[in-house]
Design a protein around this ligand. Structure first.
Ligand code: PHE
Length: 341
């Protein structure tokens, strides 16, 4: 083979070698076989053919061919180790990979509200206690001065489990349990679920949360009652939230009041939620009826007290402008996710 043809082929090899620094692993392997393959590699073949050249030309061409082979080998090695390094890095940490979201549990919005309410009363010296959801007629009604003729005791409104046994319709039975078991002074809050035979609708549910409050001591007056409730409302809502006590009736308190706070949705100007009154009821309350003290073994001549019962579901709805109470039970993460902090 003539030197010229030899040189031209070496030029081709040099040209092909320019692809080495940017080749991927596949191309690199193919290129290596093509140029340096032991049998059919172009450069390998050329080197094998060197002896066919005239001796005087063989030296220069041979030097160039060998030089090219060394360069090629170095270039392949550099590219191979570069690709290897990248592969190792990719296996260790792929910064382009989307992150995996960790599932986090969170406290239900109503539980958050319950905790917050109990915490405010704790500052006033109240102890948080809980009690049974299954009650007797005696504790749910009789000891609270509710006669069994009262509509609340009717099987239409109450889930009876058996004769005289029922799911509590309010947390008030715990007033009786605590007064029977502990001497005054008493300051308790009792969160828990209560049950009523109501169908689900936007503002009713057959099961819902209540927080009962009870204070019993010597010299507790209506002023203490109002001050305690107002402290709570202003702490929970805001210091300038108007509070209203409306005369009401409960068999176990006398006098009784319904406590309203300014509607948080329209700020008092009147809207469908507050039925244009500017106020929303948040609890029933009053001074403990002497008949309840007597039924629970507390001397009504010596002690007075106040009690209240509020609905955290309602309060949560009011605070967060939630239109439908059923949202609290459907466990829709789009709803619940808004209350994760
Ligand atoms: N138990 C009453 C209810 O469920 C609320 C209440 C509690 C009222 C304590 C007065 C005192 O409606």
């Amino acid at each position: 083979m003539a030197t010229l043809a030899f040189d031209r082929q070496l030029d081709q090899v040099a040209e092909a070698a320019k692809r080495i620094p940017t080749a991927d692993a596949r191309e690199l392997a193919a290129l290596k076989t093509e140029l340096l393959g032991r049998k059919a590699g172009i450069l390998t073949r050329l080197l094998r053919q060197l002896p066919e050249l005239p001796p005087e030309e063989r030296r220069a061409v041979g030097a160039r061919a060998n030089q090219l082979r060394r360069e090629l080998e170095a270039a392949f090695e550099a590219r191979e180790s570069e690709l290897k390094r990248r592969e190792l890095e990719a296996a260790a940490l792929d910064l382009t990979m989307p992150g995996r979201l960790r599932w986090r549990g969170a406290v239900h919005p109503v539980t958050q509200v319950v905790d917050e309410i109990c915490e405010i009363f704790r500052e006033l010296g109240f102890t948080r206690v809980t009690g049974p959801e299954v009650e007797t007629e005696e504790y749910n009604f009789t000891k609270l001065n509710i006669s069994l003729d009262h509509p609340a005791a009717d099987a239409q409104d109450t889930f009876y489990l058996g004769p005289r046994l029922l799911l509590r319709t309010h947390t008030s039975p715990m007033q009786a349990h605590i007064m029977e078991r502990y001497p005054p002074p008493i300051r308790i809050v009792v969160p828990g679920q209560v049950y009523r035979r109501d169908a689900f609708d936007p503002s009713h549910s057959p099961v819902f949360e209540q927080i009962e409050g009870l204070v019993v001591d010597e010299g507790i007056s209506f002023v203490d009652f109002k001050a305690g409730i107002e402290f709570f409302v202003k702490r929970f809502f805001s210091p300038d939230t108007p509070v209203r006590f409306r005369p009401s009736f409960f068999p176990f308190t006398e006098p009784s009041a319904d406590v309203d706070v300014q509607c948080q949705i329209c700020k008092g100007s009147g809207c469908p939620t507050c039925k244009r009154t500017g106020f929303l009821e948040i609890m029933g309350a009053g001074m403990v009826h002497p008949a309840v003290f007597e039924a629970c073994g507390v001397d009504p001549e010596r002690y007075t007290g106040y009690a209240f019962g509020m609905g955290p579901h309602r309060i949560a709805m009011l605070r967060y402008a939630i239109p439908d109470i059923r949202l609290f039970w459907t466990n829709d993460m789009r709803f619940l996710g808004q209350f994760v902090d």
